[in-house]
Design a protein around this ligand. Structure first.
Ligand code: GTP
Ligand code: MG
Length: 636
């Protein structure tokens, strides 16, 4: 079921004193100025709000100040609007903030609006027509080129009916905001209400919010519970994108909340201080130097930022380029979010643009793929975006990262993922969460693993294979274990390698001993076998061999791995057979003489000295063949 009521935010724009607030009052019955100082000085300082339901449309009005010193506040309000109501006083025509506000609307990418020619009661028809012509000229080749220009008077009420009608017509043609996407609300006010606690207001730019929802506060990241939601002054079950909304939050003091922060669906996004953008400089401003320090505005947020131009020393007026913004403070932004830049002296709007990558990797010198990626974002080419994101993540991209980088819904992520996995451009590695890894890099990894295993066999002919962990670290210290495992399994399934417990070996790899090695190996084994429990030292045994120490040690390792020999202490090695016989003797002893045996009895039984008896008994304790009890052992 679709909601028959459309929610549209109308923002006023225009020079100081041109009658914006009076017009909002004439349309809605509410004077938007709230502050004592505003009433006293007769000017708007901060944002004001009012509501009107007309022709099946629920209008939320955001009234902004015209004063040049309060453009910052104007920007906080302009960020969420669907329709601009450009207010021009008929007795003054176009003035500096008419231009600046209009530039801001263009830079923010506002698509629709209309012009109110206010104070029409103060001028004659000829002047009115002259101003209209000036305006038509001014609006040429802009989004307001064919917008209605409606003469009105807040004083006499003339033109108000026509203006309302024009608002409804425009509203019907606006796409509006998408309430099915994740929830995001830039906070424009925060205050406390007696008996309720902390309240923030704003216009959700996407999604919806209800009482009992959990939301995440940005940039801090606190998870908060929504106690209640109001829209247009009334409690509602749910407030949607495009509706003026007040959110009552539990568990936070209102002093910890302020304009510029955002609320959003929890655990999907990340605040950032670096963003790659498409930057547009207005015509008629000074050229922009690389590394310039600017005021940066997005949503209701404002901070200082350094601009790093891509491959340009400077940007001429009217030009466009890719750039990175480095912010003083963190903010939640997503690709597609518009922003505005202003210079410091004089404090004027000089440009703006669109966020393309909110979490860019640290740039390496002249990374060409960066611009390529930004182009894909600009073209909304989802498979390309995701493929490139993955390819740029050398150690894989966890699936849970995608939303913060793209702002896509779960459904969009699934669909895009399906498409590029199907096209074999990336692989989805099983993990929690799954990891995206580029097929190219994966194939590369397969090749490297096969090479390393091969090389290992060549360099270590006496070893059956390389330990997994040694191989992984050898490839890349930061290689994720899940990706490594997937690669090993892939190679094993193609019978390129064999996995044997912790060992990786070339398929069919056999240890091939040289003739002298075979002989030496037999000699080692025989030396231990014939010694019984009174074993010689390793050094002694190896010294008698004809092969050099490095190889003879490998042969010893081989015997230990084959379990022909067993290491009982670092210095004592026994033959398997001798130990098996010892166990046999103990069980015979137990049957004949009972389960207790002393150390002297053990020495008698085995005919060995204390030097061997104690380590052997400790070994038997470890093996749970015996258990120590006082000075004696219990045979288990
Ligand atoms: N005669 C006449 N006066 C008007 C009309 N609209 C507004 N005014 C007067 O113009 C002055 C400024 O009006 P506001 O509505 O406060 O102007 P504003 O654009 O909101 O000004 P800022 O918010 O400070 O930028 C007030 O004294 C109004 O009474 C109109 O249609 N006719
Ligand atoms: Mg005003």
């Amino acid at each position: 079921m679709t909601n028959p009521i459309k929610n549209i935010i109308v923002g006023t724009a225009g020079h100081i004193d041109h009658g914006k607030s009076s017009l909002v009052e004439a349309l809605t019955g509410t004077h938007p100025d709230r502050l004592e100082e505003e009433k006293r000085r007769g000017i708007t300082i901060d944002l004001g709000f009012a509501f009107l339901e007309e022709g099946g449309v629920r209008f939320g009005f955001v009234d902004v100040p015209g004063h040049e010193r309060f453009v910052g506040n104007m920007l906080a309000g302009a960020a969420g609007i669907d329709l601009v109501l450009l207010v021009v006083a008929a007795d003054e025509s176009i003035k500096p903030q008419t231009r600046e506000h209009f530039d801001i609307c263009r830079l923010l990418g506002i698509q629709r609006g209309l012009v109110a020619l206010t104070k029409a009661d103060l001028v004659d028809t000829e002047t009115l027509e002259l101003v209209r012509l000036e305006l038509e000229d001014f609006l040429q080749r802009s989004f307001l080129e064919n917008a209605p220009i409606v003469p009105v008077s807040a004083k006499t009420g003339k033109g108000l009916t026509e203006l309302k009608q024009a608002l409804v017509t425009q509203a019907q043609q606006v796409a509006g905001k998408d309430s099915r996407r994740d929830f995001r609300l830039p906070i424009d006010r925060a205050f406390a209400v007696k008996g309720f606690g902390s309240v923030v207001t704003g216009t959700p730019i996407s999604g919806h919010v209800s009482a009992e929802d959990e939301v995440e506060l940005f940039p801090g990241g606190q998870k908060l519970r929504v106690r209640g939601v109001q829209s247009a002054g009334k409690s509602v079950d749910r407030a949607e994108a495009g509706q003026r909304t007040a959110v009552n939050l539990a568990g936070i003091d209102h002093h910890a909340l302020q304009r510029g922060m955002s609320l959003a669906t929890p655990s999907r996004f990340r605040a950032t201080r670096r963003l790659d953008v498409r930057l547009r400089l207005l015509p008629g401003v000074r050229k922009l130097k690389n590394r310039a320090l600017l005021h940066f505005h997005t949503g209701s947020f404002e901070t200082m930022a350094e601009v790093a131009l891509f491959e340009h020393g400077e940007l001429p007026p009217g030009a466009v380029c890719f750039a990175q913004m480095r912010l003083r403070q963190s903010v939640l932004v997503l690709p597609g979010d518009p922003f505005i830049i202003r210079q410091s002296s004089p404090l004027v709007t000089i440009g703006g643009g669109t966020v393309l990558d909110p979490l860019p990797r640290r740039p390496r010198a002249r990374e060409a793929s960066r611009a390529e990626y930004l182009l894909a974002v600009e073209h909304h080419d989802k498979p390309e975006i995701l493929a490139q994101l993955t390819e740029r993540s050398l150690f894989g991209l966890p699936q849970s990262e995608i939303s913060a980088r793209t702002g896509w819904t779960g459904q969009e992520i699934q669909a895009t993922l399906g498409a590029i996995v199907h096209a074999k451009r990336i692989r989805l590695i099983p993990a929690e969460p799954p990891i995206l890894f580029s097929t190219m890099q994966f194939d590369d990894l397969l090749k490297k693993i096969a090479e390393r295993v091969e090389r290992f066999h060549k360099e270590n002919p006496l070893q059956p294979g390389i330990a997994r962990e040694e191989l992984r670290v050898n490839l890349a210290r930061r290689l994720r274990s899940e990706i490594f495992r997937a690669a090993l399994e892939e190679l094993a399934s193609h019978r390129k390698i064999e996995l044997q417990g912790e060992l990786v070996k070339r398929a069919g790899a056999q240890i091939s001993l040289l003739a002298d090695e075979v002989k030496a190996k037999d000699q080692i084994e025989a030396a231990f076998a014939s010694a019984g429990l009174a074993v010689p030292s390793v050094k002694e045994v190896l010294a008698t061999l004809s092969v050099e120490v490095r190889r003879s040690e490998k042969l010893l390792q081989l015997l230990l791995r084959e379990k022909a020999l067993l290491r009982v202490t670092p210095d004592l090695i026994f033959h398997r057979q001798a130990l098996a016989e010892l166990r046999g003797k103990l069980s015979t002893y137990k049957q004949a003489k009972g389960e207790r045996i002393s150390v002297p009895a053990f020495k008698d039984l085995t005919g060995i000295t204390r030097k061997y008896a104690i380590p052997l008994l400790e070994y038997l304790d470890r093996e749970r063949v015996t258990r120590r009890q006082g000075d004696e052992r219990v045979i288990l």
